[in-house]
Design a protein around this ligand. Structure first.
Ligand SMILES: Cc1ncc(COP(=O)(O)O)c(C=O)c1O
Length: 464
């Protein structure tokens, strides 16, 4: 299994040929996704037994049965949830990273890879206006990033409370270590933030917003009206809500966080990439004050799955929380100046998942990224304009970024479902309905720079 024999040679040829063909798809077709598990069982029956099989036979089953049972998130026709659109350069380099078995835990094991990843983190931090000392690591996704960041927020609050004797004052929950810490979140914060709070045994102080955009004034009012403000550890702002692409009032929230000594976390998993788009950059004002910030390159920075950038303005705080101590790991911590990605999130073994982005950025240049991000923003604006011209449609709000929410007047949820189902069946688009204030609505999530306006028109025509 580990030597280069005739079977290995055969696999190198056929797997690489398959990968090459996949890479050359332009555009990538949608494919169908969900399948009856019984059908898949039949196709895979008997493959995982004591005896092996010919690799070409197995690859054939993957190509014929499994690959089409996946909706391709990197198709320009994938317009649901949050799509993905990795560059060919990033995909190629991802294969190289896989073949290189880089253990991305530590400087000791992977200085070269970590250094390149850190340059990408520095580029992102710089776009956000974070301090020069800001840093962090790449994790698997926005959910992991939110969890790791808010774990630091909670520990910092505990320490402050312990240092200030707050626990002794008998706040709700008792001792600083045992009390239930809270975070101020918008009702539109991503579901992973709510899961994070549950995992961390924190509670949400949820602020309802009139227009789904959290403002500093609303956060201030919520804290002032709260009966136990000293149990609040953090405020979470979103730079691009998932459902509507709304950027919270980060500057206002940052002010309130500072006034109250709270950790300010910005979830830019989807929308953080807009920092690279000059046309919307001013909407992120205030992000430079974030204590922690995440953005998922596997979303709008055109990296392959899975890749999230997690950045702290004061990485030493994160290290003091996440550094794992074990005798066999002492050697990676011998030299305090060395940067160990494991120290900045809840993880140990780690794929050097920032490298494909580094390679692609270096190959294409940052300007190409800005242009590609701008094209999705322009497409969203064009789509909003197109919707306004059609009497049977109604735009729900002007898009801030690249998500467009709209309704088909008079449609029931079943009609939206039929429309979306038929579009997928016809391989026109994947555009599942969403909901807005309890009503089923339609939603475009643009991200792929090759999604054409003609496709948008075709989709809208099918609602007439
Ligand atoms: C705003 C926001 N935060 C967090 C997440 C979770 O990211 P991931 O799916 O990479 O865990 C998402 C995913 O869409 C998101 O849009």
């Amino acid at each position: 299994m580990h030597s280069v024999d005739a079977t290995t040679e055969q696999m190198i040829r056929s797997v690489l040929a398959y990968a090459e063909n996949r890479l050359r798809l332009d555009p990538v077709p949608l494919d169908k996704g969900s399948r009856d598990p019984a059908e898949l069982d039949v196709a895979l029956a008997g493959l995982l037994g004591d005896e092996g099989h010919n690799p070409d036979q197995i690859l054939g089953i993957y190509a014929a049965v499994l690959a089409p049972a996946v909706i391709s998130a990197d198709s320009p026709r994938f317009l649901g949830f949050i799509p993905s659109a990795p560059t060919k350069a990033a995909l190629l380099f991802d294969m190289l990273v896989s073949c290189a078995s880089i253990q991305g835990i530590s400087w000791l094991e992977a200085a070269g890879a970590v250094h390149a990843e850190n340059q990408v983190l520095a580029l992102i931090a710089d776009r956000a206006g974070l301090p020069a000392a800001a840093g962090g690591c790449f994790v698997s996704g926005g959910s992991a990033g939110n969890l790791s960041a808010l774990a630091v927020a909670r520990e910092v609050a505990k320490r402050k409370a312990a240092a200030g004797g707050v626990a002794a004052a008998g706040c709700a929950g008792g001792a600083a270590g045992a009390r239930r810490w809270r975070a101020v979140v918008s009702a539109d914060a991503h579901s992973s933030v709510i899961s994070t709070l549950r995992i961390l045994e924190m509670a949400a102080l949820t602020v309802e917003t009139a227009d789904h955009r959290l403002t500093g004034a609303q956060v201030r009012a919520a804290i002032e009206a709260d009966g136990d403000p000293s149990s609040i550890a953090a405020v979470v702002g979103t730079a691009g809500t998932t459902n509507a692409g709304i950027i919270d009032d980060l500057a206002g929230i940052a002010d309130v966080a500072r006034e109250h000594g709270l950790w300010f976390h910005v979830d830019g998993a989807y929308g953080g990439a807009g920092l690279f788009a000059p046309s919307v950059r001013d909407r992120y004002d205030g992000i430079q004050h974030a204590d922690s910030f995440i953005v998922d390159p596997h979303k709008w920075l055109f990296a392959p799955f899975d890749c999230a950038a997690l950045i702290y303005s004061d990485p030493a705080l994160a290290r003091s929380v996440h550094k794992q101590d074990a005798s066999y790991l002492d050697v990676i911590h011998d030299k305090p100046a060395e940067w160990n990605p494991t120290d900045y999130a809840y993880h140990l073994t780690r794929r050097a998942r920032g490298l494909p982005l580094w390679f692609s950025l270096a190959v294409h240049g940052v300007r190409a990224y800005s242009e590609a991000i701008e094209s999705a923003i322009a497409l969203a604006a064009g789509t909003a304009a197109e919707i306004r011209t059609r009497s049977y449609l109604e735009l729900i709000r002007e898009p801030d970024l690249s998500v467009v929410l709209f309704r088909r007047l008079g449609w029931s949820p079943a009609e939206y479902a039929n429309w979306a189902g038929q579009l997928l069946a016809d391989q026109v688009a994947f555009i599942p309905p969403s909901s807005w204030e309890g009503e089923t609505v339609a939603r475009f999530a643009f991200l792929h720079p090759h999604t054409p306006m003609d496709l948008v028109r075709e989709i809208l025509d099918r609602m007439a």
